[in-house]
Design a protein around this ligand. Sequence first.
Ligand code: HXC
Length: 259
Amino acid sequence: MSYEFILVHEELAPFVAGVQLNRPKELNALNLQLMSELRSALEDLDANDAVRAIVIFGNERAFAAGADIKQMAGKGAIDMLKIDQFSTWDSIRRIKKPIIAAVSGFALGGGCELTMLCDMIVASETAQFGQPEINIGVMPGAGGTQRLTKAVGKARAMEMVLTGNFISAEEAKEAGLINKVVPVELFLDEAIKLAKRVAEKSPIAIQLAKESVLKSFDSGLQEGLFFERKNFYTLFATEDQKEGMAAFIEKRKPDFKNK
Ligand code: HXC
């Protein structure tokens, strides 16, 4: 399948696929078509047995500078409601395989929210994260007020959302928003390296583990604990659990079959 605003790399490394946001002149502003292409590519990769982890990236200057302001500028509230762009975001939230964002340059507004929709974030030293919607008379709409607050706490989230100020990669790391900061020439390689580590594990265990960590975002502690427990028990019905534990005892590398 060919797309206009993204590039799909089916094998960045063994079992690791990539999706590159590709509107460089517009700093990868996320228009509706780009988001719908992204959703479709991710759903295909999710269904592809040769893929165990996915890396989303832009280019050195920008991961994404937000939703496309030019596309939104003339819209009214009812137009926005009818377009219902967030159903696309909800579908991306439901991708079962682990997704790593490799970020260099701007990750702003919807771009920052897209990184937070991913499971881990690797950033270059030049990365800047921000929710500048307040500067254009709106507010975050794709989870920024919720996921950012959970990731960095109330004080910093309020400051970012109410002032529109950006934070650097170092600040984002210190705040717990991202996993790793690396020199700019390494940001994609490091993200791929992390994806490869994840791709070595049992895919079914990774899927249930991801689902369980995400559950902590939308449930109270007790509900989350029951959910985690159910998934934990379920893994004991897999061959990968038997293989993983046997390999440990026999001091060898496990051969996971996703079964
Ligand atoms: C549309 C954008 C854009 C955006 C940049 N461009 N961001 N177009 N939507 N979000 C375009 C510019 O218009 C310009 O096009 C080109 O990309 C290069 O940008 P410049 O502004 O010339 O670059 P620079 O001076 O380096 O400034 C970079 C920047 C600035 C600081 C990132 O572009 C900026 O402030 N962008 C907007 C950031 C923002 O407010 N994001 C939140 C959007 S709302 P031309 O044609 O002039 O060369 C949002 C809501 C999310 O994300 C909720 C729903 C999903």
